[in-house]
Design a protein around this ligand. Structure first.
Ligand code: FAD
Length: 317
């Protein structure tokens, strides 16, 4: 079922999660264990992230470095299929512009359609770590909006090869990302909102937000979206703080702020387990307030670990 159908049929706030494919070489069982623990809370859907290639430089043994291309977490489509089959839950594969030509995208969408998936979360993807800025493939998309348009075209039965006869239409429900505290490359929030609206105008049916730790950022974003004429459901994404190191890792990696009250609580804590519990309690309070405000879904970034999300879900749902 489509994410948007789950939302329209729901009588109260839904629970959903995001998981990551395991590192290359690992098996899928750890993911199944995470799923086993979280299925008790009946997630409406499960997002599976997509991880593009990275460059690593290895010692060539002659004083020079050799460049290698590696994908650390392949398997998004297979995991979606395996989880939908095993748990009878809807999965949402993330699809990105980075590393894909339009033809690659078309083929990937055909795979997703054949597997029987109804949903995609459409993203641009981050720049490759060793490159400063995002570079699309020569025949790829530069922005998520262009990838949204390609999915919409396939939903109308328009493939890249116009010679195809008797083509089947796909029927994907399209979600996109939104940033309550602004995307890090956007010159300001207004310009970021304009491009978010362009994704919705192009056919995105709902938005999932970047994580935030101060609900005021989400409520302000909601209001700004409304004023900008964005009327699709806006699903808040939450990630419980899990370690002291994340006080600097999260702002660095995700370009968001952590409220000082949370920072001080973590600074005063003595052990990593104490920090994890602070993170869980903070996320419970955020979730309760968001639920009381009537958000359609509470979406948790699990990072493949069930423990904290389970404690939160137990307290909130
Ligand atoms: P876009 O919407 O294309 O926006 C990127 C930037 O360009 C923004 O600053 C925007 O304001 C600007 N912009 C947009 N359109 C235009 C235009 N036409 N002209 C000029 N500027 C424009 N990354 C992954 O690699 N894999 C994942 O699985 C993944 N999952 C994610 C899930 C969520 C919920 C979120 C919030 C992010 C996720 N990301 C993932 C990260 C995401 O790919 C990055 O944040 C990326 O840098 C931006 O993606 P986007 O889809 O928001 O890009």
């Amino acid at each position: 079922m489509k994410v948007i159908e789950h939302i329209s049929k729901a009588k109260s706030t839904l629970f959903s999660i995001e998981i990551l494919p395991p590192l290359k070489g690992q098996n899928i069982n750890s993911l199944f264990q995470t799923m086993d623990e979280l299925m008790d809370f009946s997630p409406a859907f499960v997002d599976v992230t997509y991880h593009r290639e990275e460059y690593v430089f290895r010692d060539a043994g002659n004083g020079l470095l050799e460049k290698h291309v590696v994908r650390k977490r392949p398997g998004t489509v297979g995991i979606c299929a395996a989880i939908s089959n095993r748990y009878k839950v809807d999965t949402v594969p993330h699809i990105i512009c980075g590393g894909f030509t339009k033809q690659d995208t078309e083929d990937a969408l055909i795979d997703l359609n054949f597997v029987g998936l109804d949903n995609v979360l459409v993203l641009r993807g981050d720049p490759i770590k060793s490159e400063g800025r995002f570079k699309p493939e020569p025949d790829g998309h530069a922005y998520a909006v262009d990838l949204v348009k390609q999915v919409v075209e396939m939903n109308k039965g328009e493939y890249l090869d116009s010679d195809l006869k008797d083509v089947q239409k796909t029927n994907f429900c399209i979600g996109v990302a939104g940033y309550p505290e602004k995307h890090f490359e956007a010159p300001n929030r207004k310009s970021d909102l304009r491009f978010l609206k362009a994704k919705v105008d192009a056919g995105a049916e709902y938005i999932v937000t970047q994580m935030f730790y101060d609900n005021r950022a989400y409520f302000r974003f909601l209001e700004e979206c409304k004023q900008a004429g964005i009327n699709v459901p806006i699903i808040p994404g939450l990630k419980p703080l899990a370690s002291r190191a994340q006080l600097s890792v999260i702002p660095h990696h995700f370009h968001i702020n952590l409220p000082d009250e949370l920072v001080q609580l973590v600074e005063k804590s003595k052990t990593e387990e104490e920090v994890r519990k602070i993170g869980v309690e903070w996320c419970i309070q955020q979730s309760k307030e968001l639920m009381a405000a009537g958000v359609p879904v509470l979406h948790y970034y699990t990072m493949g670990k069930a423990k904290s999300t389970k404690e939160i879900a137990k307290a909130v749902f």
